[in-house]
Design a protein around this ligand. Structure first.
Ligand code: FAD
Length: 303
């Protein structure tokens, strides 16, 4: 892979100040671990994003899109290729008659606040999830009984040729922490949501209550990616892990949280390898004890 050539081609359609070389991925993931990406690009707009994808395809360079990096582990040796961050540059919001059109890069907390200000209800569940709208659609993120499938109407995505297409909620095939995007490599650039009119104070109060619950139950003072594992049918991952005697179990500086066993946390200087080793250790122990195969919710990339 010729990095100079990639940069040369990217420069033709992307603002130079949004292209970074050898970028530390620990700066862009909530776990605060991971090696460097060869190239890291934050496109200013959809045109720039399409250009990046076209360049990667023409030069046959691997690429991966991230939002806030709140559900990702980048391995310690980093990512060979281009990481594309869809974040603050693509975060405009427009609301009319309960229909919200928002850029994929907006943080859910900010979007929830804007929606609540308009006295629209149904998006409160998302206010404490520390990801972008794009990441939330890809994951069908959810909490406290709500998820993206309940409010999403459609999403505009850029396909592998750099074209924009609209996918309806049905076409997105949103399921438990999954969507069709997990198979297609399409990049979300915006989403259309529909919320009902509600009472502003009630909405604000619900958001406050849900966020208080989070603070009470989750180890929010340590870097993590939230729940490390998906909920296995009929069980809770955290309880299985606790009942396996792994509460507080550590490998290096990666630890099964004592506050919430479903979270693996970085106690300070964990490496991606510590975290991945701990994930595997937990999986083996839970399967041995309960015969339940845990699946990771967090996505692992790099080498
Ligand atoms: C403290 C904490 C609490 C959390 N609580 C919850 C919770 O309650 N519920 C929940 O569901 N999740 C939770 N999470 C996990 C995480 O916040 C969500 O999965 C979130 O939706 C990820 O968004 P992101 O922008 O950070 O995506 P990233 O972590 O950057 O990426 C996650 C996946 O989405 C893909 N992706 C990101 N942006 C795009 C895009 N624009 N187009 C296409 N694909 C994209 C990436 O390729 C990757 O595969 C929590 C995480 C933390 C750290």
């Amino acid at each position: 892979m010729n990095i100079e050539n990639i940069i040369h081609e990217l420069n033709k359609g992307v603002d130079k100040k949004n292209i970074y070389l050898d970028e530390k991925m620990s700066k862009h993931t909530t776990f605060k671990v991971g090696g460097n990406a060869d190239v890291f690009v934050c496109p200013n707009n959809i045109k720039e994003l399409s250009h990046v994808i076209k360049v990667c395809n023409i030069l046959d360079v691997p690429y991966f899109v991230i939002g806030n990096g709140s559900n990702i582990i980048v391995k310690d040796n980093g990512f060979r290729g281009v990481i594309i961050q869809v974040y603050k540059n693509l975060s405009d919001v427009c609301i009319k008659d309960g229909t919200i059109v928002a850029g994929a890069g907006i943080m859910l907390s900010k979007l929830a606040k804007i929606i609540a200000e308009e006295s629209l209800e149904g998006f409160e569940f998302a206010s404490g999830i520390p990801g972008t709208l794009g990441g939330a659609i890809y994951m069908n993120a959810g909490a406290y009984g709500g998820d993206m499938s309940q409010v999403l109407v459609s999403a505009d995505v850029v396909d592998q040729q750099g074209n924009i297409i609209t996918l309806t909620r049905d076409e997105l095939k949103l399921g438990y922490r999954t969507s069709i995007l997990q198979q297609s490599n399409h990049i979300v650039v915006s989403g259309v949501l529909k919320c009902e009119r509600g009472n502003k104070d009630t909405i604000a109060c619900l958001i406050q209550n849900l966020n208080n619950k989070r603070k009470e139950k989750q180890p929010l003072n340590f870097p993590s990616a939230g729940s490390t594992f998906k909920r296995p049918e009929g069980y809770y991952a955290g309880k299985l892990i606790m009942d396996s005697g792994l509460r507080g179990y550590k490998i290096g500086d990666a630890q099964v949280s004592e506050k919430h066993c479903g979270f693996i946390i970085n106690k300070g200087n964990a490496t991606a390898n510590d975290i991945i080793s701990l994930i595997n250790y937990v999986k083996v122990n839970v399967e041995d004890k309960f015969g339940v195969e845990l699946q990771t919710e967090v996505k692992i990339i790099g080498e």
